[in-house]
Design a protein. Structure first.
Length: 567
């Protein structure tokens, strides 16, 4: 049979927006406590979209903090703490246990502005630790999307916070002005809170601009309110497990797409998988190959990418209502063979990009495969091995006396071995502690703790490697000073959902546990112990359903996680 080949080479099209001034009408919301700027910003967003409580009453900052952050998230004092708006005799409100910062949710923290917006308003968000240019701001505003920006302060005055949240609600491209709502009290510093505007450059970084009395800040990240226009409910795309909406796993089951088989979460490359936990019966792998051949419609994602060539044949169909882009590098091609079909009502486009290297990793779950050597040899750097799926790592090294001697935040562009630092240590047999948080492309986080011993050291110059520019354990110039405190205890259940057997992953030893308990959602215990002998736990007789895993540490800290058992 004769083959018909169509080669598509498309350039990048620029769009000029005619509308270059947009202001969404938001109201000033003053933060009700010194650390509640992100809470006030979230309330501003909820008010703008007309969100209220189920009984029709307004959503207040006290309700947000007390009913969601404190009770549901078990944070800011937790279930046994004081009400967030109830005064404590003899304690000023700014010292109240509930007056603590609430993050925006860049790393999908539950107790965050992102969680607040989803819980009270069904408003899905995405967070980025980057900033937006004026054109990007106005593109979001045109879609009726508010933005919550995170400012970091260079040298805040005594008693002032080290960061702040404001709501971007307007942009004037002609004047390059950003319009924003500042939830600070109106008497706070110069100008105080309210609705203001700043030139984009000064909004981005005002260290060398503006009045010397103004607090000096830089724009450190953005929370972007998203529309949910896809066919499935919004909760099917939020990266969280929502059993109250009948999900059987994270964004799957019930009204969402079916969940993948259990073997797709075992951190192994099974015979019917293309890579570890992806391909075949599991979710598609996201590595960008040199060439990609499509033979059926189940292989289509919203973006199909290959460096050199994409070939579509046999029963590959872009269905009505779908949006699919075939993307190659500049010299790549798209080959459509008989059998390929684009139905009426679909959006099928081809694009070429100058660089696809940033997409060269699989987006998988966190697997505890990576490791760090227990000793460091002379002139040897410290490396993390077999790292999988990480976008970023945040790590700190402490000496035997608990002093922080090095810290760094590093963006990760590949799987495998990652350089951490060189160790200028002139004393042999000294044991150091490494605390590491890895942030992953599926919006999850894993904490890791490791001791290593420096057995010798001979001063030398670090090799000339632009990937690894660190030459000593001196803190980076732009690093943020953190207190000498151990990391907060963390608890993970892997896999989740599971068939009744799972692993408990923590950043603390099992001997630190005072009580370990698993209950059903009625509070009835199905498993309880005061001495865990292993981090692997089996519930052979537990029926399918939702359970609560509760860990009480000897210092009184209470951690809990929901867990789904599937049979």
């Amino acid at each position: 049979m004769k083959k018909y080949i169509l080669l598509l080479f498309l350039g990048i099209t620029g769009i000029i927006n005619a509308q270059d001034i947009i202001k969404l009408n938001v109201s000033y919301v003053e933060q009700e406590n010194t650390e509640w700027c992100s809470v006030a910003a979230a309330k501003c967003v909820l008010d703008y979209y007309g969100k209220k409580l189920p009984n029709g009453k307004p959503i207040t900052q006290c309700i947000i903090m007390d009913e969601y952050i404190r009770l549901i998230c078990n944070s800011h004092g937790g279930t046994y703490g004081y009400g967030c708006c109830l005064p404590i005799p003899g304690v000023p409100m700014y010292k109240h246990p509930c007056n603590k910062p609430v993050p925006l949710g860049f790393f999908n923290e539950k107790a965050s502005a992102k969680g607040i917006l989803w819980h009270f308003g069904d408003l899905p968000c995405i967070g980025t630790d980057g900033t937006l240019y004026p054109g990007q701001i106005i593109d979001h505003l045109k879609l009726n999307r508010l933005l919550i920006a995170h400012w970091n302060y260079f040298e805040p005055p005594f008693g002032a916070p080290e960061s702040h949240a404001v709501v971007i609600h307007g942009m004037d491209l002609m004047k390059n002005l950003v319009y924003y709502m500042d939830p600070a009290p109106k008497t706070w510093w110069t100008g105080g809170g309210g609705t203001h505007d700043l030139p984009w450059g000064e909004f981005y970084n005002n260290l060398l601009l503006g009045n010397d009395d103004d607090p000096k800040h830089w724009w450190g990240g953005t929370l972007i309110i998203q529309e949910c226009t896809r066919d499935l409910p919004c909760h099917c795309y939020n990266g969280e497990w929502d059993p109250e909406y009948y999900e059987q796993g994270i964004d799957c089951g019930g009204p969402c797409e079916p969940c993948a088989p259990p073997g797709c979460f075992n951190c192994q490359k099974d015979p019917d998988e293309e890579e570890m936990d992806c391909g075949g019966p599991c979710k598609p792998c996201e590595d960008v190959p040199d060439e990609r051949t499509l033979t059926n419609s189940t292989q289509l994602r919203s973006q199909v990418m290959a460096f050199k060539k994409i070939t579509a044949k046999l029963a590959t169909t872009v269905k009505s209502g779908e949006k699919v882009s075939f993307i190659t590098e500049e010299d790549g091609s798209v080959v459509l063979l008989p059998g390929f079909k684009a139905e009426k009502g679909c959006s099928f486009i081809t694009q070429r990009w100058t660089d696809l290297s940033g997409f060269g990793r699989i987006c998988g779950k966190i697997c505890g495969k990576w490791w760090i050597p227990s000793t460091s040899l002379p002139n040897e750097g410290l490396y993390l091995h077999d790292l999988q799926y990480a976008n970023k790592i945040d790590y700190k090294i402490y000496d035997p006396y608990g002093n922080l001697i090095y810290k760094n935040i590093k963006d990760i562009s590949h799987n495998g071995t990652v350089f951490l630092c060189y160790i200028p240590i002139n004393t042999i047999n000294v044991t150091y502690s490494l605390f590491l948080d890895s942030y992953h492309c599926d919006s999850t986080k894993r904490s890791y703790w490791k001791e290593f011993t420096a057995i010798a050291y001979t001063p030398t110059k670090a090799p000339n490697n632009p990937e690894n520019p660190e030459t000593s354990l001196s803190p980076p110039i732009n690093s943020i000073t953190l207190p000498n405190e151990p990391p907060a205890p963390t608890l993970s259940i892997i896999p989740n959902p599971n068939g009744g057997t799972f692993q408990l992953e923590t950043n603390f030893p099992l001997t630190a546990i005072e009580n370990f308990k698993i209950t059903n959602m009625l509070g009835v215990p199905v498993y309880e112990t005061q001495a865990l002998a292993s981090n692997e736990i089996q519930l052979p007789n537990a029926s399918a359903g939702l359970y609560l895993v509760v860990v009480v540490l000897k210092d009184g800290t209470v951690l809990n996680q929901k867990m789904m058992v599937q049979r």
